[in-house]
Ligand binder design. Structure first.
Ligand code: GLP
Length: 239
C-alpha cells in the first residue's frame, strides 16, 4: 500500500506535525481547498494551526474549507454540533471568509438534496487539496460506518450504536445522541488530492492494527485509503 506511517512521540507532536503539513500546503497555494474533520483527536491540531496563524505569516483569506460531516436534526448553535465545534476550534480564530466555509447541513428540509449539492460544491471548488481525517473505533471515516459502499458520495447514514456510545460524552445522555448523520461519502473523500489521517490513543489500537494489515474491505471503511496515492498516517499512543 501507499500509506505513509509517521509515529509521533506524543499527542502534542502529532498535532504539530499535522499542522505543519497544512501550513506548508497553504504556503504553496493560498487558494487551498481544505477538508476538515471533527472529534477529540484533531483538537490539538486546531490549537496548533490557530497559534501558527496568530504569528501573522499566513492567511486563509483565499482558502476554502469543507467539513466531513454533521449530525442530523441538530442546530448549528447546539454545542454538540460540528458547526459549533468548527467555529470554536478554528473559524472564529482565523481569517477564512464565511462564504468559503462549508459544512454539511444537518437540518436541511430536503437532506438528500443537500447531500448531492454538497458534492457538487466540492467539485465546483476543484476538489479538496488536503483532507484531514480521524478514525472511529470501528474504522469509520467521516461518518461512513462499516458496510458503506466505497462508491457512495455524500449521503445520510444511520449511526452505528458503537459510534453513538463513543460520542455520547458530548451530549447530556445517550438518548440525545442523534441516530443519523450526513457525511461526505467515501467516494468524495477519495477524490481529495492529499489525505492526513490522525490516530491517537489506545482506544484506536484495534482500528490501527486493522489498517496496518493492509486488508481492504467495506467492513472497515478506512481500509479504502490503501487505494489512495497520497495518505500520511500520523499516530501516537498506539503501536
Ligand atoms: C467521529 C467523527 C469522525 C471522527 C471519529 C473519531 O464520530 N464523525 O470524523 O474522526 O468519530 O472521533 P475521535 O477523534 O473523537 O475519536
Amino acid at each position: 500500500t501507499n500509506l505513509k506511517w509517521v509515529e509521533a512521540t506524543d499527542y502534542d507532536e502529532m498535532s504539530k506535525i499535522a499542522a505543519s503539513i497544512f501550513v506548508e500546503q497553504l504556503k504553496e497555494n493560498s487558494k487551498t481547498v481544505f477538508g476538515m474533520a471533527t472529534g477529540s483527536t484533531p483538537e490539538g491540531f486546531y490549537k496548533e494551526l490557530v497559534s501558527i496563524y496568530k504569528e501573522g505569516n499566513i492567511s486563509f483569506a483565499q482558502a476554502k474549507s469543507f467539513n466531513l460531516d454533521e449530525y442530523i436534526g441538530i442546530n448549528p448553535s447546539n454545542e454538540a454540533s460540528y458547526h459549533y465545534y468548527m467555529d470554536h476550534n478554528l473559524f472564529n480564530h482565523i481569517d477564512m471568509k464565511q462564504e468559503n466555509i462549508y459544512l454539511p447541513t444537518g437540518n436541511a428540509a430536503n437532506i438528500e438534496k443537500a447531500a448531492m449539492d454538497y458534492d457538487a460544491m466540492i467539485e465546483e471548488a476543484g476538489n479538496i487539496d488536503i483532507q484531514l481525517l480521524g478514525i472511529g473505533v470501528n474504522g469509520h471515516i467521516g461518518f461512513n460506518e462499516p458496510g458503506t459502499p466505497f462508491d457512495l458520495g455524500t449521503n445520510v447514514i444511520k449511526l452505528a450504536e458503537s459510534t453513538r456510545e463513543a460520542n455520547k460524552i458530548y451530549f447530556d445522555s445517550i438518548n440525545d445522541v442523534p441516530t443519523h448523520a450526513i457525511t461526505m461519502g467515501i467516494k468524495t473523500i477519495m477524490k481529495s488530492k492529499k489525505i492526513v489521517l490522525l490516530i491517537a490513543g489506545a482506544a484506536k489500537q484495534e482500528a490501527f492494527d486493522r489498517l496496518r494489515s493492509g486488508e481492504v474491505t467495506e467492513d472497515f471503511p478506512a481500509s479504502v485509503l490503501n487505494y489512495h496515492p497520497d495518505v500520511t498516517v500520523i499516530y501516537t499512543g498506539v503501536e
